[in-house]
Ligand binder design. Structure first.
Ligand code: FES
Ligand SMILES: [Fe+2]
Length: 380
């Protein structure tokens, strides 16, 4: 982010705090309850948003060496991302070309030859089929034509995106819609993966995204936890195509007026929330980074699975560093799981009550309106 932008954002936040203001949408937005319950919309979202859109699968720092791999099963297509012997990162359908077995699980290091657990067909880390036991049982040409099915992958600014449908290509500059400047300035490639936890909630996936998009709820729901640290109902909002950036002010920011402008640091004084459309929340959280990768259940409109990851600026080697990041991770998950998600699950059940056909996003909740408008733009 340019220094000029950083200072302008800090000044906006300081003035909002002083005047009890926040970024405002032009209008109130009424969102149909069916947005969170309708089966047809749910199927369209999975097909159009999750199969055909680049999804963040992780950060480059998780896969630095040849052979390092991760898998992602929540997008509807089993995905394998592996760094090749040529150092290039590639994504494949995690599906053996013989009879369809899943090749690798979880994450780790792949051997030079990735051997299928079913009949031991073996693939290179570049995806070529290298070995077929009892090859005389197959057509001569099968080995050359049955490499792993490649998916389009973009590694940029320390983030990795994969589009789950083979043959789909995306104009990535257009897709990022101007977010390059912010993302490149964070040097995400220099961070270290600390931990990832998986959570499953009885809420529609968009309701999980909504959790992160406003600070209007801090003073009530998080009065004793987050509210003493972050101002309620204060925040900037900026759309970047379908993505968005919300910046929330820490209370420590109030003191900035007393120190010279040269020492002002946006990251230190705020929580910067990005929606990397459609389903990743990236949070610049002062001294570390969190990501929430949020996926609809394969079948149930009322269910969501998510991977919560914490990344640290330094490799956590000492026991005291590990203790520090463990406490951070616990706190982060605890607040959301104990305070936000129980409310979310009740909201989801309440949607079936017939009490109302619409819910309201106030003008002071512009991120919510933007996100839902963009989902509808793709789906309808
Ligand atoms: S299914 Fe993979 S080798 Fe047979
Ligand atoms: Fe919350």
């Amino acid at each position: 982010m340019k220094r000029k932008t950083e200072l302008s954002l800090i000044n906006q936040l300081l003035s909002m705090i002083e005047n009890k203001e926040t970024a405002m949408a032009a209008d109130v937005y009424r969102n149909p309850v069916s947005d969170y319950t309708d089966r047809t919309q749910f199927d369209a979202e999975k097909a159009l948003l999750f199969r055909n859109t680049p999804l963040v699968v992780g950060l480059s720092c998780e896969l630095t060496d040849p052979g390092a791999y991760l898998t992602e099963d929540r997008a509807g297509v089993p995905i394998l991302v592996v760094r090749g012997d040529d150092n290039k990162l590639r994504a494949f359908a995690n599906v053996c070309r013989h009879r369809g077995t899943k090749l690798l699980r979880d994450c780790g290091f792949a051997k030079k030859l990735i051997s299928c657990p079913y009949h031991a067909w073996a693939y290179s880390r570049q995806g070529t089929l290298e070995h077929v036991p009892f090859e005389q049982g197959f057509e001569k040409s099968d080995r050359a034509t049955h490499g792993l099915t490649e998916l389009s992958l973009e590694e940029r600014h320390g983030l990795i995106w994969v589009t789950p449908t083979a043959g789909t290509s995306v104009n990535f500059d257009q897709f990022l819609a101007g977010l390059d400047e912010d993302l490149s300035s964070f040097n995400l490639q220099n961070y270290h993966h600390y931990e990832t936890r998986t959570l499953s909630q009885r809420m529609n996936w968009k309701l999980v995204v909504d959790t992160f998009l406003e600070t209007y709820h801090l003073g009530a729901l998080h009065r004793a936890t987050v509210y003493p640290i972050i101002h309620g109902n204060v925040g900037t909002f900026d759309p970047f195509g379908s993505h968005l950036r919300n910046i929330y002010a820490r209370r420590s920011m109030d003191k900035l007026r007393e120190v010279p402008e040269e020492s002002w640091d946006l990251i230190e004084q705020t929580a910067i929330i990005y929606v990397l459309f459609p389903n990743t929340i990236l949070v610049m959280q002062g001294d570390h980074i969190e990501t929430w990768r949020i996926f609809p259940d394969y079948d149930d409109v009322n269910k969501t699975e998510m991977a919560v990851s914490l990344y640290t600026p330094e490799l956590a080697k000492s026991e005291s560093a590990k203790g520090h990041w463990d406490r951070n991770m616990d706190l982060l998950v605890k607040t959301v799981v104990e305070e936000d998600f129980p409310i979310g699950e009740e909201i989801q059940r309440g949607f079936y009550s017939g009490a109302q056909n619409e819910i309201i996003f106030g003008r002071n909740e512009p991120g919510l309106a933007h996100f839902h408008q963009r989902v509808k733009q793709v789906v309808y």
